[in-house]
Design a protein around this ligand. Structure first.
Ligand code: ADP
Ligand code: MG
Ligand code: ZN
Length: 595
């Protein structure tokens, strides 16, 4: 229904426009006064046939005794130089009116106004049906002057390998002759591959900045239009601009939006194919002498059309991954340079406490910390600010305003205590960092663990542990509250997801080391499942989750006291930190782990 509305509006708009125009023509034809010569007008007045004279800005309308209305245009400045004419009219008993816009004029403009309104409505409907993409033929490539591209390699931290790999492009752009003299061929296209927020756009800008060449930015999604040919024409325009600049960087973000392998069934697939072909044509159409380097970014290199990756196109791939401990340290320092930080800020401890954070997340942490310090009227960012900002970025902002009923608070406390006790009792679990029943983001409460190391691979036991911890919340509700709430829905979703990965991708079930594609998941790498295999996959996923649930439940029964004590303390204090949790649980029989 919601999707239908704009279409209905579109049809109505067109009807209204046609109707409005017809109305305008009719009224303008019937009510427009006959034009007469000025001399004829003077004769009418002389002969006493004029009843009223209406002077407007541009014309004089005259109502005659025979009910006709005629119009004439006076010579410029006529009334100014012939003031006597006016008194003459008055003496003859002719009604004289002066109006900025004559009533007949208003009649004329009315329909135009209505038509304009309808055009607006029509435009709005088109805008809606095309989901905000107006069918403009103009390219949306935004160009930055070399002087504006102030990003340097020093602004991009923690991705040293990627920087090394693109360094030669900078060298080439600076001194193309040197490379051409020895017959070297510089890559025409470089594909930056990596998860969101790792600094791909930043790196591309830095290449332009270091080389001192213009940076032309376009996003793959700009090229995907529902109108055939628009995307292709935008690509053409982008490269026409690039050729005008001579040496430059053309950056195409989200390349996968246009570069998906061909042969899908999506509606816009023909259009995308045209756009993709245009891109291929353009990339083949310039040579090294142009000094144009095309850089594209994607987080899904595996779904790109192979034609894009052939020699002479994006034949160089550079991986940009999430930073490790050292990288996070460097990225935090880059961003801390931009704010006022206290001299004793412990950057290393923050870097250690942010495994899995992307460069963008870390930039966000520093920014949030600065806002926090500012809000509290302090002049420098402290370690505590950074820690609070880290928690906020990780768990979502606290929402103290949301009013929980007492029953919800109690349930939440036991639920979180359940997660925490399972996590504390299982040897493979990451250490607990914080447990809170202050609502954050969409969650009523949060149990937060912090891995002590960067994990690149996961053992089967670690994953089973994760699923068990996720089940701890629901298990506690059932055991101690004797009911279930919807509060566990996100836990359940995540647990199912981990279990599915274990079965379908990691080969960690009795089905063996095979890749299975799950129903409803777009994935052309894995085999499509038969009805029978699909049932077995589902059964194995279920088995993993159920085993984890039973494990969580029996752990909670064993540590009944600890769960109770933690829940009660949470109701009291709302938030507990790592050390407080460890000592409380230790007092109730959950041994502290040696870390
Ligand atoms: P991507 O294009 O990979 O999604 P961006 O380049 O748009 O990531 O990164 C967004 C922001 O995050 C950057 O403007 C920068 O402030 C910060 N950032 C990301 N990666 C890094 C990095 N490696 N070094 C410094 N800052 C980074
Ligand atoms: Mg980006
Ligand atoms: Zn939970």
């Amino acid at each position: 229904m919601v999707r239908l509305l704009p279409r209905v509006a579109l049809v109505l708009g067109i009807l209204a426009l046609v109707g409005g125009t017809a109305f305008y023509w009719r009224t303008s034809r019937t009510s427009a006064p006959t034009e007469i010569a000025f001399s004829e007008f003077l004769r009418h007045v002389d002969a006493g046939r004029a009843v009223s004279v209406t002077v407007t800005d541009a014309a004089i309308d005259v109502a005659l005794k025979d009910r006709r209305i005629v119009r004439t245009v006076p010579p410029p400045g006529f009334f100014g130089t012939n003031a006597a004419f006016v008194t003459d009219l008055a003496r003859r008993g002719v009604l004289l009116q002066v109006k900025p816009i004559a009533p007949s004029g208003a009649l004329q403009y009315g329909p135009i106004g209505i038509a304009i309104c309808f055009m607006g409505l029509l435009g709005y409907a088109v805008y809606k049906t095309t989901s905000g993409r107006l069918p403009s033929m103009e390219g949306r490539a935004r160009t930055a002057d070399p002087k504006e591209t102030t990003v340097r390699f020093s602004d991009v931290a923690g991705v040293d390998e990627a920087k090394d790999e693109v360094a030669e492009i900078v060298a080439f752009l600076r001194e193309p002759q040197r490379f051409q003299a020895v017959g070297g061929r510089i890559p025409r296209g470089v594909l930056l591959v990596g998860p969101p927020g790792t600094g791909k756009t930043l790196l591309a800008r830095a290449i332009a900045g270091e080389a001192g060449v213009p940076f032309l930015f376009a996003s793959g999604s700009d090229f995907v239009e529902m109108y055939a040919g628009v995307g292709a024409s935008r690509v053409r325009r982008l490269f026409r601009d690039a050729r005008k600049h001579g040496s430059c960087i053309v950056f195409i973000d989200e390349l996968d939006a246009v570069g998906r392998a061909r042969g899908g069934h999506s509606l816009s697939h023909e259009e995308r194919e045209q756009t993709l072909n245009q891109l291929l044509v353009e990339m083949d159409g310039f040579d090294e002498t142009h000094g144009i380097v095309v850089i594209a970014a994607t987080n899904r290199a595996d779904i790109l059309d192979h034609a894009l990756l052939r020699p002479g196109r994006f034949d160089r791939q550079v991986t940009v991954s999430n930073p490790d401990l050292k990288g996070r340290n460097e990225i935090l320092r880059v961003h801390l340079r931009k704010v006022t930080a206290a001299p004793d800020v412990n950057v290393v401890s923050i870097a250690r406490g942010t495994p899995g954070f992307s460069g963008a997340d870390l930039a966000n942490v520093v920014n949030e910390a600065a806002l926090l310090a500012g809000r509290e009227g302090r002049s420098a960012v402290t370690t505590a600010d950074l820690e609070a900002a880290r928690d906020k970025v990780m768990m979502g902002a606290e929402r103290r305003s949301i009013a929980l009923t007492e029953a919800e608070r109690v349930n939440c406390a036991w639920h979180e205590a359940g997660h925490a006790v399972v996590a504390a009792a299982l040897p493979q679990a990451d250490p607990l960092h914080k447990v809170t029943i202050i609502p954050r983001g969409r969650a009523m409460g949060v149990t937060m663990q912090l891995p002590e190391i960067d994990r690149h691979t996961y053992t089967k036991e670690y994953l089973n542990t994760q699923v068990a911890i996720l089940m701890g919340g629901r298990a506690a509700e059932e055991l101690f509250m004797e009911h279930m709430t919807s509060g566990a829905s996100n836990d359940i979703e995540r647990a199912t997801d981990i279990a599915a990965h274990m079965v379908c991708e990691f080969g960690m079930s009795p089905l063996g080391p095979l890749a299975f594609s799950r129903k409803g998941q777009e994935d052309n790498r894995a085999r499509q499942l038969s009805e029978e295999s699909s049932r077995r996959v589902d059964a194995e996923i279920q088995a993993i989750v159920m085993r984890a649930y039973d494990r969580a439940r029996s752990l909670l029964e064993t540590h009944r006291d600890a769960v109770g004590a933690l829940a009660t303390t949470l109701l009291d204090l709302e938030s507990l930190e790592a050390e407080e949790i460890a000592s409380l649980l230790e007092r109730h029989g959950v041994a502290r782990r040696a870390h």
